[in-house]
Design a binder for this molecule. Sequence first.
Ligand code: GLA
Length: 367
Amino acid sequence: MKKRYWFSFCLGLLVSCQTLKKEGLKDRFESDFYLGSAVNLAQVTGREPGADSLLTLHFNSITSENGLKWGPVHPKSNEYNFEFGDAFVAIGERMGAFIVGHTLVWHQQTPAWVFQDGEGKFLSRQDLVFRMEEHISEVVGRYKGRIHGWDVVNEAFEDDGTWRKTHWYSLIGEDYIKIAFEKAHEIDPEAALYYNDYNVWKPEKRKAILAMATQLRNQGVRIDGIGMQGHYRLNTPSLEQIEQAILDIHEAGFQVHVTELDIDVLPRPSDSEGADLTINYAASEEWNPYQTGLPKEIEEKLVERYASLFALFQKHADKISRVTFWGLHDGRSWLNNWPVRGRTNYPLLFDRNLKLKEGFVQTPGVK
Ligand code: GLA
């Protein structure tokens, strides 16, 4: 049933695309939630042919994939680089999109100097707070009124619900999150503010996130929503686990944002949680089995998985504000390089030629 529903949706969509040349995926979900895509530098600067029109037709929200993370946007203490950010906001405005900045405070893609003084010693709490607030003021301030929502803090918790022992946590303490949200709100009072994390479907982790967010809100801090990164696989997590997360976030009084949606179709080495995966894997057929194309039966599973997910999201459209894919098309997905570098993965709706995958279309003659 669900599968057929999805097929007819895609079919209807494509027929309308062909005839009216103006209805895209976003239009199908217009009354449900924003449909978003993460975007990169080549896409926002027009250097990737076709990206601009694909984005404009199918999406009404965009998120910065890497370009507004600390490393790219603030590489040295006295140097900011807004090339990406300016182009990102410009294309978002041309699209009339809901524009999401990702991310202000995170433990990754943050240069080592951020936490150190000139002699390489760790900063005091006070100095690190100062540096974090300065960064937030610069970045949020530059796009005040133009970036509509911010992932203020990313990934502060471990899967078991304990605090991730990042430099932010160790040098400032738990309230680094509160300070970050307060500063972002002070700089742009209109912007929506989110906490974003992966594996929110895991109950222990979700409990910790919601306790933190509820405490902030009770202290009068603005926090609008929880971003559940949707880095899913074909069989896990289950729909029930995802649904419970949606229900719990809503019940706690926060908007649900399905962020970073993609579906990994490749086998994963069992030690893939570790950081030390090497090129050895990439050379092996075993970990890169679909270099010349995705087999029909796997594509069918991918279609079925997306169909079930979107049926679930539509069922809870009253709770979900946005669903954002982590990348515009397969060729640009981070999953070509994680957890094994240099693979050919197929996690998104659009293939490497920027075409909606054939598996989503059931009738011959409709391209
Ligand atoms: C996390 C981050 C994203 C991105 C992905 C992998 O989910 O939030 O910004 O780095 O990892 O690309």
